[in-house]
Design a protein around this ligand. Structure first.
Ligand code: OSB
Ligand code: MG
Length: 376
């Protein structure tokens, strides 16, 4: 398509937005978002992207501070002032920088939003997504004890979620998972260890294997695929990789050696929509189901996740819950609601289909920087 745009200005916005309730995973306890939003301005339009870094380098090595530095000093200078015709042009402009996928994705995805708006189509359409609503579940953090866990699961089932993911760690695994399984024998249930185990924990994994789980997510080291392949050979339950898959090549290598049978695609972790879509296509060719992971995003990142999850091979429910589960006052509107069939509607308005609430942005923004392109 001939529609091109000049990238005239890019802004960075850091937000510290308190979560409705703290979220605990094996490696960290999260109480608020530590998000960098990127806005890309051109042709009178503004595109948004979210970098959902965690408070410290716990999920990956990136933090909001490293993302800010890499965006300001490396990615933004490589993109500012360019003329863009297709969003898939953007990764090439940034390919000389190693790593930093969360930062990279935020900028690339903002350009996708901008170009979708310029063409008057939704991000879903620009990505080639097919579905107008996508199946979703809820991810439940580590709880203080089993009664609290059962109560939390019950509350989310009441709210309409039909798939539950439990965070586990050594000392919080077989007992709570068995308790949930006994209480709800037919529940679509899966677990996520966020890298907390080693091959020496095979007996724990075998006990979980008997719990009729949809999948076991990232049990072993964050940059391992070899031990995962060994573990998968001992389990009936599919292993799903999250932290270990950073690119289409990582996905191909993991599948080649049998390290997993399912992949969690997070658009940030793999560096943007271009890579995310490639992983989706690769998995589809190999008959490997994928699902869309979450990083406690604001509605900006949630809209992006919904557009991605509308692609046809996202057959398992995503970690994309209703807005009210995350923040009291989200930075963008409209809020996303859960449908009675445990789905969420994919935005149909142009671009991401959400609008940043400037009052909220100013209230929660604690750092802001503007980069303008001047022809010299
Ligand atoms: O491993 O999926 C994960 C949140 C922070 C870091 C890692 C993970 C998560 C989640 C959040 O599970 C799921 C959501 O956004 O609802
Ligand atoms: Mg995970």
């Amino acid at each position: 398509m001939a529609q091109t745009l000049s990238i005239e200005r890019i802004e960075l916005h850091h937000l510290a937005l308190p979560l409705v309730s703290p979220f605990e995973i094996s490696v960290a306890r999260v109480t608020h978002s530590d998000t960098v939003l990127v806005s890309v301005h051109g042709g009178g339009l503004t595109g948004w992207g979210e970098c959902p870094a965690t408070v410290g380098p716990y999920y990956s090595y990136e933090t909001s501070a490293t993302a800010w530095h890499i965006l300001r000093d490396h990615f933004i200078p490589a993109v500012l002032g360019r003329t863009v015709a297709r969003p898939a042009d953007v990764p090439g402009w940034m390919s000389h920088v190693r790593g930093h996928p969360l930062a990279r994705a935020a900028l690339e995805n903002a350009v996708w939003d901008l170009l979708a708006q310029a063409r008057g189509c939704s991000l879903r359409e620009l990505l080639g997504g097919e579905r107008a609503r996508v199946p979703v579940g809820v991810s439940i953090g580590i709880q203080p004890d089993v009664p609290a866990l059962l109560e939390t699961v019950e509350r989310h089932l009441q709210a309409g979620y039909r798939r539950i993911k439990l965070k586990i760690k050594p000392g919080w695994d077989v007992v709570p998972v068995q308790a949930v399984r006994e209480r709800w024998p037919d529940l679509l249930l899966q677990v996520d260890a966020n890298t907390a185990y080693t091959l020496a924990d095979l007996p724990v994994m075998q006990a979980l294997d008997a719990c009729d789980l949809l999948l076991i997510e990232q049990p072993l080291h964050h940059d391992d695929i070899v031990d995962h392949a060994e573990l998968q050979r001992h389990l009936r339950t599919p292993i799903c990789l999250d932290e270990s898959i950073h690119s289409p090549d990582h996905a191909r290598w993991a599948l080649q050696i049998g390290a997993c049978r399912v992949i969690n695609i997070k658009v940030g972790r793999v560096g943007g929509f271009t890579a995310a879509r490639r992983i989706h296509d690769l998995c589809a060719e190999q008959g490997i189901p994928v699902w869309c992971g979450g990083m406690l995003e604001t509605n900006v990142g949630r809209a992006a996740n919904l557009a991605l999850a509308s692609l046809p091979n996202f057959t398992l429910p995503g970690d994309i819950s209703a807005s009210r589960r995350y923040y009291h006052e989200d930075i963008a509107e409209p809020d996303f609601e859960l449908n009675p069939d445990s789905t969420i509607d994919v935005p149909a308005a142009p671009g991401l289909g959400v609008r940043v609430r400037s009052r909220q942005l100013h209230k929660w923004r604690d750092r802001h920087e503007v980069f303008s392109y001047h022809v010299s």
